[in-house]
Design a protein around this ligand. Structure first.
Ligand code: ATP
Ligand code: MG
Length: 466
């Protein structure tokens, strides 16, 4: 069986994690130095040194390909940077290492079984680097001649390409002509044409044209005209995920499904065959497996069936590193009646190494809030930042950070470009944090609809909602 690994030009990978990333847009890495020691504040990351150091080691192990099939749990109280740490880690990974981020509840919201969704995200997180030999035409363009028909629709033409030893004329069709004009190829350029897909790459300007330098601009790269044959075999490397190979080769879906994300369930026979083939390629040295990272946020939302399936997937031949995050303490595992640490069943917990995150101190909260202000491009004065920090310490980092954009609007309303202490006060009064909301509810409990559907509008009238 032949297995396709490329969907042609520009096969898209899904990017449905925008919302997850926006509140972490200030983070551009784990902020480690060359010895994997965390810097106090770097790449948008502040404090949480232990956890960052631990994740730095994880990154190192991923680089060395040592840690496939392991599970890591980041556990800690709400808004202590668990999701932020995972986003930082993803940016420290090499560019070919796949990283997939999901929130546990997504597993239940797809139009497919839980096990299928889990299998897909696992396979999205495994990269296959494939070595392929392709035939390319490489040479200097001598002349391009394009004839346009009067009606404009059909184009045809000729291109003359040479090396130092030979010169050939090739016929051009519509697609190649478009490709040439897209890459702005002109006579004197040294180009490479991939014979398999017609893709044209401009390698530079030929030295023989160096005297036209004045007209070219300073950033022009000069290369020498290739020698020898025009057609040469070249080794190219490309990386796809196992899931992409699945989709491209599953007959019902076809590669277009990669663009819509609507991949449906993939038959297990297809996957078996692909695993077999990839295994063979690996043996023959044609492919290299790159275990990536699957990040499952809010992992306590998974149920017992998902957890046991993850146990199984972790033992698979191809398995990524699974990083999970939760803010739960001892709590019930969904789908069971028993409690366990972090809501994870003990057999999975046993396979997991745990990284904990701690609450931030005042200084760290202040620094993070300042970074968020810069990120949201708002100006804040010192007093206001101090008050905001105090609010952050007493309520939560996330609440304080949400007040930034609100206070910005409040300050704009009084035509000020800078947030002052009164703006923070006003937005603090306008929007409740969770603890004030709880105490308000406790005081006014009878005005709300209760579990029995009863509500009291004033002391005398009892209303029953049915
Ligand atoms: N160490 C840090 N450095 C910089 N920014 C941080 C840090 N920790 C948290 N933040 C920012 O604070 C906010 C809250 O953090 P985050 O969402 O990562 O918390 P969490 O631990 O995932 O919380 P939850 O348990 O509620 O999911 C985010 O905007 C995050 O980017
Ligand atoms: Mg989180």
């Amino acid at each position: 069986m032949s297995i396709a690994t490329s969907a042609g030009e520009g096969a898209a990978t899904s990017s449905n994690n925008l919302a997850l990333i926006a509140s972490h847009s200030h983070i551009s890495g784990l902020g480690l130095d060359d010895h994997l020691q965390p810097r106090e504040a770097s790449q948008g990351m502040v404090g949480q040194l232990q956890a960052r150091k631990a994740l730095g080691i994880v990154v190192k192990m991923i680089e060395q390909g040592k840690i496939a099939g392991r599970a890591i749990l980041i556990a800690g109280p709400p808004s202590t940077g668990k999701t932020a740490l995972a986003m930082g880690l993803s940016q420290n990974l090499g560019k070919d290492v796949p990283f997939t981020a999901i929130t546990a509840s997504e597993i239940f919201s797809k139009e497919m079984s839980k096990t299928e969704s889990l299998t897909q995200v696992f396979r999205k997180s495994i990269g296959i680097r494939i070595k392929e030999e392709t035939e390319v035409i490489e040479g200097e363009v001598v002349e391009i001649q394009i004839d346009r028909s009067l009606t404009g629709g059909h184009k045809q033409g000729k291109i003359t390409i040479r090396t130092t030893d030979m010169e050939t004329i090739y016929e051009l069709g519509n697609k190649m002509i478009d490709e040439l004009s897209k890459e702005k190829i002109i006579a004197g350029d040294v180009i490479s044409i991939d014979k398999a897909n017609g893709k044209i790459t401009k390698l530079g300007r030929s030295y023989t044209r160096a005297r036209d330098y004045d007209a070219m601009g300073a950033d022009t790269k000069f290369v020498s005209c290739p020698e020898g044959e025009l057609q040469v075999r070249k080794e190219v490397l490309h990386t796809v995920s196992l899931h992409e190979i699945d989709v491209i080769n599953s007959r019902q879906q076809g590669f277009l499904a990669l663009f819509s994300g609507d991949t449906g369930e993939i038959r297990s026979e297809v996957r078996d065959q692909i695993n077999l083939k990839v295994g063979e390629w690996k043996e023959e040295g044609k492919a290299e497996i790159i275990p990536g990272v699957l990040f499952i946020d809010e992992v306590h939302m998974l149920d017992i069936e998902c957890f046991s399936f993850i146990n199984r997937l972790l033992e698979d031949e191809f398995s990524p590193i699974v990083i999970m995050a939760t803010n739960r303490g001892i709590s019930k595992t969904r789908g069971t009646n028993y409690k366990s640490p972090h809501g994870l069943p003990l057999d999975l917990l046993d396979r997991t190494i745990i990284i904990k995150t701690d609450k931030y101190n005042e200084d760290e909260i202040s620094k993070i809030l300042k970074i968020r202000c810069d990120e949201e491009e708002v100006e804040i004065n010192n007093d206001a930042l101090q008050l905001l920090t105090k609010i952050g310490v007493e309520t939560s980092l996330r609440y304080a950070s949400n007040l930034i954009s609100v206070s910005n609007l409040v300050s704009k309303k009084r035509r000020s470009e800078i947030i002052e202490i009164d703006d923070i006060k006003r937005s603090y009064l306008l929007f409740l944090d969770s603890s004030r909301s709880v105490s308000y509810l406790q005081e006014n409990e009878s005005n709300y609809i209760d579990d029995e559907g009863k509500v009291k509008f004033n002391e005398e009238v009892d209303v029953e909602m049915k």
